[in-house]
Design a protein around this ligand. Structure first.
Ligand code: ATP
Length: 211
């Protein structure tokens, strides 16, 4: 996201890709406008939040008219840098890493895993989902300087060392799928997704807070 959009609250910024995806589908189906209620039902965010989110980017829906789909999309495209391709690397081509390489964010055309890394001799030099798997020990030599984002899908014991190496190699953002909590310099952003914790939390909420 660009610096001049820094005033958008983080919680709002996190919802932008969700709005974006829905609006793209609306545009593809030929719809010109959308009400906050319609949006709310589709993306499961309450309409007051949507109206507040949209007010940050000057999109003030008119009563009885709703929001202009094309205007919103062009705004989001700029804000989310949708016109630019963000190249990403992946470390750890196990079961989860393999799934990511095969999926490779093909439904959104602005992020792409361009290189994968592993230490397993049998995997190094092969391809998965059209992406070549390189030796992690050669990371610094072959790293594309344009790449600033990495996905980690290695065993948790290996995660910290890998994070250190990635930071050394110029990575600024890490999507961490291991249960390990990573220690990184302040300027590095880590987003942590622990799938088993998420699943356990869901099961817990279903049991203790039935809707
Ligand atoms: P698999 O069935 O291939 O072992 P998995 O997801 O159960 O998959 P994990 O033990 O979680 O396997 O390891 C994931 C991947 O991370 C493996 O391909 C492994 O070779 C790789 N890996 C382990 N340690 C490192 C490391 N230090 N650097 C890079 N990759 C690593």
């Amino acid at each position: 996201m660009k610096a001049d959009q820094a005033r958008i609250p983080q919680a709002t910024a996190k919802r932008l890709p969700l709005y974006y995806r829905f609006l793209e589908n609306l545009q593809a189906s030929g719809k010109q406008r959308v009400s906050s209620t319609e949006l709310s039902e589709a993306v499961k965010v309450d309409s007051a939040t949507i109206r507040r989110d949209f007010s940050y980017f000057g999109a003030l829906g008119k009563k009885g008219y709703g929001y202009n789909v094309n205007y919103l999309l062009s705004f989001f495209r700029k804000t989310l840098d949708q016109d630019e391709l963000t190249k990403v690397i992946l470390v750890g081509v196990g079961n989860l890493g393999t799934a990511f390489l095969n999926y490779n964010f093909s439904k959104n055309n602005n992020t792409e895993i361009v290189m994968a890394f592993d230490v397993d001799e049998e995997k190094i030099g092969t391809e998965m989902g059209g992406v070549t798997i390189h030796n992690f020990h050669e990371l610094t030599e072959i790293m594309d300087p344009e790449v600033t984002v990495a996905i980690i899908t290695v065993p948790s014991v290996a995660a910290q060392k890998i994070a250190d190496k990635l930071v050394e190699a110029g990575i600024k953002g890490i999507l961490n799928f291991t249960p390990a909590r990573l220690d990184v310099p302040d300027e590095i952003r880590v987003h942590h997704i622990d799938l088993s914790v998420e699943l356990q939390a869901l099961v817990y909420f279903l049991k203790h807070y039935p809707v």
